[in-house]
Ligand binder design. Sequence first.
Ligand code: PHE
Length: 358
Amino acid sequence: MNELNAIVDAAKQAFTAAATPADLENAKAQFLGKTGSITELMKGMAALSVEEKKSRGAAINLVKQAVEAALTDRRQAMADAELELQLKAEAMDVSLPGRKRGQGGLHPVSLTLERIEAIFGSMGFDVAQGPEIETDWFNFTALNTPEDHPARSMHDTFYVEGGTETAPNLLRTHTSPMQIRYAVQHVKKYRALLDAGAATEGASEYVMPEIRVIAPGRTYRVDSDATHSPMFHQCEGLWIGANVNFKDLKVVFTDFCRTFFESDDLVLRFRPSFFPFTEPSAEIDIQFASGPLAGRWLEVAGSGQVHPNVVRNMGLDPEKYIGFAFGMGPDRLTMLRYGVNDLRLFFDGDIRFLSQFQ
Ligand code: PHE
């Protein structure tokens, strides 16, 4: 028996002494391997009588189980130690401040456009989008702009390859082509109703619904300094009906400006001007009653009563339909609202500047 106990003790010692899993496997072989001491004990039983085999076999089995249990314990201890090390190596400091995920936001000019759309939307204006690459017809000719008008020159307008002499493609220089595009679609829909017999032109039960739309978007001109960018934004406005007049323009635009700038004592000035597509025409200036810009007249839009030739190009009879249009600069409105003095800041993409608007 002592001999057997000695084997268990020796095994426990060898397992404890094993520093690595490989050492442990070697130690295991010494006891349980093909030539290990326990295997040798079993072999030694061949010469014994049946009776002796029984008791001796039972005793050896106990030894074997004890050695296997010691091996399992040591393996588990090694695995635990390994895990412990790994956890320590991967430990995280839960007291460190979290890494923030950068959150994007809307560009200040986009914020302005959203605001413009919301305000005009509340006044019943539709919002329309149009192409930035335009034809000469929509950008100039349909808007009553003569062939020799200086705005058509290469100095002022970006022409795009692929156009023809009669229909050059260009980057729209203003959002005014949307007056024609939108009105033509609007009139087409009305004519379809007339053709289907659903309405009778001029009949009192069905008159053409008024055209009331704004068209915000990017526009392009050959121009670049602190207050001009080759790409800038405009927002067109158009209201056409049977009896829409300059007073309506004044009311709508005054309302808009006061709401946009959240200032009820803001005043407007309509300064006579010229545009080929409006007659009469006016620049719209605003003046704040208080704040850093108080007392100064600030130009924010061009406007006017839509020229009869333009009404005709919309597919409408200028004797029956009349209205106004305006084109304002959302970039300018954004500069005024936030007190920014260099337009180029909006388009440099500097996150330090842009993040201030979130
Ligand atoms: N399209 C003009 C511009 O770009 C502005 C404008 C629009 C003027 C509509 C009158 C009517 O300056």
